[in-house]
Design a protein around this ligand. Structure first.
Ligand SMILES: [Zn+2]
Ligand SMILES: [Zn+2]
Length: 281
């Protein structure tokens, strides 16, 4: 059972392989009840490259144009798949804490169905993907992780989004890729604070299943934190594969459903016009 997939990227994202239409075709094939295309908008690289002193290693800029592309593509796609697929226009908004004016332009887009609020790089640091975590001294590594969670608190308190993306994102790189060990529970109080803030603002979290097919081998977050969110009163939980190609679409959702159930969830959410709709697990 795959049910729905609320996190995926097409070739509109710099790291996506398949066109939006190819992704939708696959979603139909899988028989998804609801499917969201959530291409990246990295707020801190909203403008063309020439506007930035510090460049990024992805060589990915001008998210304003990318977002415009996603916006222009969606009406025709929704029309094409009408009656066959509950296609939702989403966006994974990165670093809204670092470039608020860019984020505000996205927030103004009334046709959005779903906004995932993510953090891929801590302020003044590169994306975790590029940081040399293998050789980083342990205290520095732990500080970086703590700074990540402090910035997530800020995101939870100040940004507009529907679900917070992959809240254990750094572990994909620290534990998975770099093979380092780190005690994330040092951050449990901050994470609890994030969840309380999300709950009070009516926002949810996602179970991002991409970690299952990567070295990290777990969902982001794993059962412990899904349970913590639930026990604090959290009710809005989406499931997303974070696929960047048709082959990965829907992957891990079945495992995600099991984790959701174990954490005490009876429903998973999808978002239509920024409002949560619930599907029974
Ligand atoms: Zn992400
Ligand atoms: Zn993503």
């Amino acid at each position: 059972m795959v049910l729905c997939d609320m996190h995926s990227h097409s070739s509109i994202s710099f790291d996506g392989k398949n066109s939006p239409a190819e992704m939708c075709e696959r979603a139909v094939q899988l028989g998804l009840s609801a499917y969201a295309l959530t291409d990246h908008v990295e707020c801190n690289f909203w403008l063309p490259r020439s506007e930035y002193e510090n460049t990024n290693d992805y060589d990915a800029y001008d998210y304003r144009s990318r977002f415009a592309m996603a916006r222009n593509t969606m009406p025709e796609l929704k029309e094409r798949y009408k009656g066959r697929l509950e296609l939702l226009f989403g966006c994974e908004l990165g670093q809204a804490t670092q470039a608020r004016s860019a984020a505000e332009e996205v927030w103004a887009a009334k046709e959005l169905d779903l906004l995932i609020g993510s953090l891929h790089q801590v302020r003044k640091h590169d994306d975790f993907y590029f940081i040399n975590l293998v050789n980083m001294p342990q205290d520095e590594l732990e500080k970086l992780l703590k700074d990540y969670y402090y910035e997530l608190v800020e995101l939870a308190c100040t940004a507009d989004f529907d679900v917070m993306g992959h809240i254990t994102y750094p572990l994909r790189y620290i534990i998975g890729e770099a093979g380092r060990s780190v005690d994330i529970s040092e951050n449990d109080e901050i994470i609890e604070q994030i969840f309380k803030e999300l709950i009070s603002r009516g926002k949810g979290i996602e179970i991002n299943t991409s970690g299952l097919r990567q070295k990290y081998g777990k969902t982001m977050p794993d059962l412990k934190y899904v349970k913590m969110y639930r026990q604090l009163g959290g009710e809005i939980l989406t499931l997303g594969s974070d696929s960047h190609c048709v082959e990965d679409l829907g992957k891990g959702i079945a495992e995600g459903i099991e984790i959701a159930k174990q954490a005490g969830f009876k429903y998973t959410a999808y978002f239509k016009q920024r409002k949560a709709q619930f599907l029974k697990l």
